[in-house]
Ligand binder design. Structure first.
Ligand SMILES: *[C@@H]1O[C@H](CO)[C@@H](O)[C@H](O)[C@H]1NC(C)=O
Ligand SMILES: *[C@@H]1O[C@H](CO)[C@@H](O)[C@H](O)[C@H]1NC(C)=O
Ligand SMILES: *[C@@H]1O[C@H](CO)[C@@H](O)[C@H](O)[C@H]1NC(C)=O
Ligand SMILES: *[C@@H]1O[C@H](CO)[C@@H](O)[C@H](O)[C@H]1NC(C)=O
Ligand SMILES: *[C@@H]1O[C@H](CO)[C@@H](O)[C@H](O)[C@H]1NC(C)=O
Length: 629
């Protein structure tokens, strides 16, 4: 032990003495770092009053072989780049010396650096006094690896798999020195961990000396990993330090069993009605989706796997729908259910069905329909609402009570669910003619007027007409009547040629009695204006027409102008007569249009004549039409 210590001490002293003797002070850098294929410059400086006498560059490979190989030699006569070495033709040396600073500068340049250049370069400098010194520099070569390529597992990975499952491969090529691969899951680095994470790296050294590193990541997959992003990070040395690159991200498909199914309804409307269409969707919490089937009242239904479409719903479709899922991988069966109710409104039933009531009598109508929800009732007659309950009481029936009653039922929660039913109510009794005989306008072509008579009553009355001449009292043949039954009575119409003044008598009868009304019908000369003269009792008054008034006004104005012209003419004639030139004759009689008007009836008669005035009047009126229309 002691002996060995002493030996080491002596060796150390020897080195110290040698250094002291080696007068040339040489300084170099410990390490020079350079990229593959670039060029390297290895500096070597010395202190000496005179330029170096001899410079030698040699290399020493790492490892056990400690022999030096000279690659360059220089003395005052020669500069030799040794033949047959790795550096022949690849190196050059620059040498300079500064006398004032007593400093020499040598730079060894190596072109197209190779991996094999990673070794020690020794610079040896001799001075004129044959003293020498040396410095050693390690050359380190780097190469950036390729961008990392990642390939994920595309097939689904089951959470039930035993142990870690392969997630992805990562590969990085041609790095030097050997790059490292680190795996990440959502920014968290992964490390080997028993049964949970397994990372297997494989390193290949290419013939060129560069490294290709491949890494395989396996993990024990959990459900949440379906959202995770995996990537690999590559770390490698570079002349400026450590560099890092990240691969693309990959996702994985995670398979896990369905343990629960949920059902949903579209549209999600609590008030479904008959005729609607709904979709029942079944969703499982597993991946991939299992096979689904639907059951209703113990019966399997046809479905498009996860969607059951129910069209044209019926009330019998109400109830519970069950969804069953079957996982083909795990053979697990799960089920869930949902209930639906289909609402309905049946056709309306109105009671009583016999709808005849005596005048003054009472009637109670009820309107009902079977429904799954509460309904709102409304009664309408002639477009007006007459009731808002299921029951409608009608008291002291009159002919106004008769008619069509419509009952409308609406489901309160589903207003679209609405039905209607109409019933006709007849009020039994003696006929009634409230409006009398109505006289229509005169037909310009054949001078006819339409007489109408409306009788209420039930059973529907028979209407008979009677026409007689006012003056002679003789009966006139009765044209065929047109009868129209209405909901409450009958409307009868005859078309009369009023060539003379008539009395029209309309009588309505049924088993309860008879009622009749009559009316005077004015008539006028053939081919002249005809105006109907309404009776003062129960009749429709033909209102005076404005055109008539307009025509009379113009006529009066013209008459006044004519009279004025006549007066002037007379004065002129009188003047001439006074002078004795002319005998003054009598002017002719003038017939003017007679016009009578009273409150109730207007009669306008224009006698046909050939007087100038009549012609003039027609001309002013612009046509030969009768002013009464
Ligand atoms: C690669 O990993 C090794 C071992 O953990 C480490 O010594 C080396 O520095 C790493 N290289 C890089 C470039 O980080
Ligand atoms: C029934 O109606 C008639 C007229 O329509 C009326 O004169 C009579 O007073 C009413 N009777 C009752 C009891 O209301
Ligand atoms: C009278 O009634 C008939 C039949 O409805 C109709 O064709 C005719 O136009 C009516 N006459 C007048 C003047 O309204
Ligand atoms: C009404 O007329 C029809 C035939 O025109 C007849 O059969 C019926 O008996 C009449 N009814 C009454 C109440 O006069
Ligand atoms: C209508 O004629 C019937 C007989 O045809 C008669 O009994 C009745 O009195 C007449 N009515 C009127 C208002 O003239």
């Amino acid at each position: 032990m002691a002996l060995r210590h002493i030996a080491l001490l002596i060796a150390g002293l020897h080195v110290l003495i040698c250094k002291t003797w080696a007068k040339v002070e040489v300084s170099v850098e410990d390490r020079v770092e350079v990229s593959l294929n670039s060029h390297a410059e290895i500096p070597c400086m010395y202190i000496s009053r005179e330029p170096a006498m001899m410079i030698v560059w040699s290399t020493k490979l790492p490892g056990r072989d400690q022999t030096r190989r000279r690659i360059y030699y220089f003395d005052d006569q020669n500069e030799i780049i040794d033949e047959g070495s790795d550096y022949t033709g690849r190196i050059s040396v620059k040498h300079s010396h500064n006398k004032s600073t007593e400093q020499g500068n040598i730079i060894l340049t190596i072109d197209k650096v190779r991996l094999s250049d990673e070794r020690e370069f020794i610079c040896t400098v001799h001075n004129v006094s044959k003293e020498h010194g040396e410095g050693r520099t390690r050359l380190q070569v780097f190469n950036s690896p390729s961008f990392p390529e990642i390939e994920g597992t595309y097939s689904g990975i089951s959470v039930d798999a035993e142990g870690p499952s392969k997630i992805a491969d990562c590969k990085v090529e041609n790095g030097y020195p050997r790059p490292n691969i680190t795996w990440y899951k959502d920014r968290f680095p992964l490390q080997n961990s028993d049964g949970v994470v397994k990372i297997m790296d494989s390193v290949t050294k290419n013939p060129s000396g560069l490294f290709t590193v491949e890494s395989e990541l396996s993990i024990k997959v959990v459900r949440e990993d379906e959202d995770a992003q995996f990537y690999c990070e590559v770390n490698f040395f570079f002349p400026e330090g450590v560099k890092m690159t990240e691969s693309n991200r990959v996702n994985i498909t995670v398979h896990y069993p369905t343990t629960e199914v949920t059902l949903s309804i579209n549209p999600d409307n609590p008030f479904l009605k008959e005729g609607d269409t709904v979709e029942i969707r079944c969703k499982g919490n597993g991946n991939p989706h299992p096979l689904f089937s639907f059951r209703h009242k113990e019966e399997l239904l046809e479905s498009e796997n996860d969607v059951l479409i129910l069209e044209n719903l019926k009330r019998s479709d109400s109830g519970t729908y069950e969804c069953l899922s079957y996982d083909v991988n795990t053979f697990i069966e799960v089920n869930g259910s949902i209930s639906i109710q289909v609402h309905y409104l049946d056709p309306i039933v109105v009671t009583p069905e016999e709808m005849v009531v005596d005048q003054g009598g009472d009637i109670t109508l009820t309107c009902n329909a079977l429904s799954s929800l509460s309904v709102l009732a409304a009664w309408y007659k002639d477009g007006m609402q007459v009731g808002d309950r299921h029951v409608l009481h009608l008291h002291n029936a009159s002919y106004d009570t008769a008619g069509i009653y419509m009952c409308e039922l609406t489901v309160i929660s589903i207003p679209e669910l609405q039905k209607q039913k109409s019933v006709q109510i007849h009020v039994r009794g003696k006929p009634d003619i409230t409006e009398g005989i109505a006289v229509g306008p005169v037909n310009k072509v054949d001078r006819t007027v339409n007489l109408t008579c409306y009788a209420q009553g039930y059973p529907t009355p028979n209407i008979s007409w009677d026409l007689s001449d006012q003056r002679t009292g003789q009966s006139v043949p009765i044209p065929v009547a047109e009868d129209h039954e209405t909901t409450t009575g009958v409307l009868s119409m005859i078309s009369v040629k009023a060539t003379s003044e008539l009395i029209a008598n309309c009588s309505a009868s049924n088993e309860f009695g008879t009622i009749s009304v009559s009316r005077n019908i004015e008539a006028f000369a053939r081919g002249t204006t005809t105006t109907t003269k309404a009776p003062s009792t129960k009749g429709i008054t033909v209102p005076p027409k404005k055109q008539q008034k307009g025509g009379s006004g113009v006529a009066i104005a013209i008459i006044i102008i004519c009279l004025l012209l006549l007066a002037i003419l007379c004065s002129v004639l009188y003047f001439l007569y006074k002078k004795g030139r002319l005998p003054c004759g009598r002017s002719g009689k003038q017939d003017f249009m007679k016009e009578t008007a009273s409150k109730d009836d207007i009669v306008m008669e224009m006698k046909s004549g050939k007087s100038e005035e009549a012609v003039l009047l027609q001309g002013v009126n612009g046509d030969k039409k009768t002013p009464t229309e």
